[in-house]
Design a protein around this ligand. Structure first.
Ligand SMILES: *[C@@H]1O[C@H](CO)[C@@H](O)[C@H](O)[C@H]1NC(C)=O
Ligand SMILES: *[C@@H]1O[C@H](CO)[C@@H](O)[C@H](O)[C@H]1NC(C)=O
Ligand SMILES: *[C@@H]1O[C@H](CO)[C@@H](O)[C@H](O)[C@H]1NC(C)=O
Ligand SMILES: *[C@@H]1O[C@H](CO)[C@@H](O)[C@H](O)[C@H]1NC(C)=O
Length: 421
């Protein structure tokens, strides 16, 4: 049996190893690039991996759907011979008043230490200070393609500001974040769309649950058989974030009454709902949180779910043995979304079942995975990663439409294998 094994081994080498060694500069024939998504099991936050520079530095980056840039910490010994800073007076440096960064005498040239450089403001929602980074060009590597050296990314030299923990709150082991915001020419989806013919400014997320792997597809996407619902972006609240109107919240098919006064409300009494991949759990404005929890507790009581002592940061927790193996006893939550101004959609329901509404905080204890935003809450609903995971979410800037599937877990599927979706 030695010969067939050898032949097989040879075949594997030829057909599987060689394509990955040749970092191609051509856009994949599938029409999309695919980046892996992992989850940090303790913080429930998601991250991807990408290669940057020469020599190639592989790093994990948090996925930030509200971020305008791909940025990384280039502190310490980081260097790249293919890095070129963008000058602050170049038309590529975003205005209206470009900020200039310089590097003091004595520090040798490297990414993050160059003169007359375009410095841009970065955003880490967990940092209570502002910080920036240098806009530059360098090679970016994805599993399928080496992107041209002209691609933009931002490097922030953390060792120049040791008192500012720029990576605070981001998933453990990550070095920055990969932004996917709307209307930013610096995101991967817009740079890819403007660099390659017939590739739309579009991305698809399938965020995995604990212990599993997911995908970020940029450009096109694989063909799925899973049905998708559609809703338009709402650009009245923000130019960069993905917002939509929340018409109402239903628990067990009954609307939850809440006071919308003081929330960001439009003329039709819809309230602003924003997507945030960096927040592990959905954050509700206190005026929404209190009646929401009250209605959930009431509905759960009729299903004989037994409450146990709460575990921070959650307000309501249950004895897992009263919930059922497949969490079928958990009251269904529906976010009823609306985007009437586009004239194309009516109301669409974003259904949240037990796997997404509850989270296991310790053995035998499941908590309602929504947190109270308190006095600092800006949005009525900040839809977080635990309620976004295990679904196909397609964001298409060319049509201003978000398409989403219901929970894959509910259909006995996972994000792992895109061809099975
Ligand atoms: C970084 O790399 C560049 C180009 O290879 C080199 O000129 C420079 O001296 C390096 N900087 C440091 C701090 O090693
Ligand atoms: C930046 O400019 C300053 C002042 O001219 C100079 O001392 C320093 O060496 C320059 N730094 C780099 C990295 O070129
Ligand atoms: C709604 O909230 C506003 C502001 O918090 C408050 O002034 C008002 O009395 C509330 N209305 C009701 C019906 O509770
Ligand atoms: C998923 O699997 C569970 C348990 O094996 C089964 O009860 C349920 O009917 C399945 N659901 C679907 C949609 O196939």
């Amino acid at each position: 049996m030695a010969t067939p094994t050898c032949v097989l081994y040879f075949c594997v080498l030829v057909f599987f190893v060689s394509p990955s060694l040749s970092a191609s500069n051509e856009f994949p024939k599938t029409g999309y690039i695919s980046l892996p998504i992992n989850i940090d099991p303790t913080t429930h936050q998601h991250f991807t991996s990408i290669g940057i520079g020469t020599p190639r530095h592989n790093m994990n980056l948090a996925i930030d759907i509200s971020g305008s840039y791909l940025w990384y910490d280039c502190g310490g010994n980081y260097n790249s011979s293919s890095y070129n800073p963008v000058l602050w007076d170049s038309p590529q440096c975003p205005g209206p008043e470009p900020f200039q960064s310089n590097c003091d005498a004595g520090f040798p040239f490297k990414p993050g230490c160059t003169n007359n450089t375009c410095n841009v403001a970065l955003d880490n929602p967990f940092a209570d200070f502002g910080f920036g980074g240098d806009l530059g060009h360098d090679f970016l590597f994805t599993p399928q393609i080496k992107l041209p050296q002209t691609f933009f990314s931002v490097c922030s030299e953390s060792s120049r500001f040791p008192q500012l923990p720029i990576l605070v709150g981001l998933p453990k082991g990550t070095k920055g974040s990969l932004g996917l915001a709307r209307q930013s020419p610096f995101t991967l989806q817009s740079q890819i769309s403007s660099s390659f013919n017939n590739v739309p400014p579009k991305f698809t997320l399938c965020l995995p649950s604990s212990g599993k792997k997911g995908h970020l597809f940029i450009g096109g996407r694989p063909t799925f058989s899973t049905p998708l619902s559609q809703i338009g972006f709402d650009s009245r609240y923000s130019n960069y974030d993905y917002f939509f109107h929340l018409n109402s919240i239903h628990i067990n098919h009954k609307p939850v009454q809440f006071n919308t006064s003081g929330l960001s409300v439009d003329l039709n009494d819809n309230v602003g709902t924003k997507i945030s991949t960096l927040h592990p759990f959905t954050v509700l404005h206190p005026q929404v949180y209190q009646p929401f929890v009250k209605a959930f507790v009431k509905a759960a009581k009729t299903k004989n779910m037994k409450r146990v002592k709460k575990v921070h940061p959650f307000g309501t927790c249950y004895d897992a043995t009263t919930v059922g193996d497949h969490r079928e006893a958990v009251p269904a939550i529906d976010l009823v979304l609306e985007a009437e101004e586009l004239g194309r959609f009516g109301k669409v329901s974003y259904e949240i079942y037990g796997h997404d509404s509850l989270v296991e905080v310790k053995k035998g204890v499941l908590c309602l995975a929504f947190v109270n935003g308190g006095i600092r809450a800006l949005d009525a609903v900040l839809l977080g990663a635990h309620q976004l995971k295990d679904r196909i979410l397609v964001f298409d800037e060319s049509t201003s439409i978000i398409s989403f599937s219901s929970s894959l877990v509910h259909q006995n599927k996972t994000c792992l294998d895109p061809t099975s979706l």
